[in-house]
Design a protein around this ligand. Structure first.
Ligand code: GLP
Length: 260
């Protein structure tokens, strides 16, 4: 894993947006997996700025979703499909026809989950998957003790995750209990994993994922299994890491031509 410590969230957003821009320059129809939550917003803002400045062409880019709530009606403003449309596709001017996501309102959720897994494979696989991290170490909605080999499926949220996400709803009661999420095995098939974590609330989860043992109890530790995983953290999220000097020195010594 490569650990990159940036001064703040905006710098992390710019760095990752630059890596996505480089990917799309070499492969204009790349499939980019996006994450929801507050953390990746600076990435999407930096990408939109590049598009507005004419520095990035996303006309052939394809976008896919990491996870989705189960049971929210189609078009609900907090369904992750709506969030991705609002925060990623619309600002970048990407059509919904270039967007893949699981159907959280399907009557047969198990079938919808399997179908989504297949659609990712049929699309040629994910080129770069963005990830955030939950305070309990989850990625996507793979809560602690998710199988490290899991495929896209239904999961039950922990109370902690529901409380963390309640800020997007009028009350905790409105936060769904169930979700569809790309499995950890599914996520690990993406060609490049890029996790962004910012703020002190994520520091412990980051330290466990990066420097702790590989464990289903900390789903983000599965990145240790991936040949090309990048973890970008701001100073606050880096406070519990032990090897910060080494990570800083390694990144500083990286050749300028080599991107993330
Ligand atoms: C949700 C999402 C995750 C995200 C996490 C952290 O649980 N399913 O993909 O990483 O929230 O969100 P935030 O970045 O807002 O802290």
């Amino acid at each position: 894993m490569e650990i990159v410590i940036v001064p703040d969230a905006a710098a992390g957003g710019e760095l990752i947006a630059t890596a996505i821009a480089e990917l799309l320059t070499g492969k204009p129809d790349a499939l980019v997996g996006v994450a929801t939550g507050s953390t990746p917003l600076p990435i999407y803002q930096a990408l939109a700025a590049k598009v507005r400045a004419g520095a990035l062409d996303v006309s052939r880019a394809r976008i896919c979703q990491l996870d989705e709530y189960v049971g929210l009606p189609k078009g609900h403003p907090e369904s992750y499909r709506s969030v991705v449309l609002r925060e990623v596709l619309e600002p970048l001017g990407i059509s919904e026809s270039a967007f893949l996501g699981p159907d959280g309102s399907a009557s047969d959720i198990a079938a919808a989950a399997t179908a989504y897994d297949h659609s990712l494979a049929e699309a040629g696989g994910v080129d770069l998957q963005l990830l955030g991290i939950g305070t309990d170490g989850h990625i996507g909605f793979n809560e602690p003790c998710s199988s490290l080999a899991s495929r896209t499926r239904i999961k039950t949220l922990t109370e902690q995750t529901r409380v963390d996400n309640a800020r997007f709803f009028d009350s905790l009661d409105e936060v769904p209990h169930h979700v569809i999420t790309q499995g950890i095995g599914t996520i690990l098939e993406a060609r490049h994993l890029v996790l962004l974590a910012t703020g002190e609330a994520k520091a412990e989860a980051v330290a466990q994922a990066v420097e702790g043992p590989l464990s289903a109890f900390v789903p983000a530790s599965a990145l240790q299994l991936h040949p090309h995983a990048t973890v970008v953290v701001d100073e606050a999220a880096a406070t519990r890491l032990k090897l910060t000097d080494y990570f800083r020195a390694t990144y500083a010594a990286k050749p300028a031509w080599q991107s993330l």
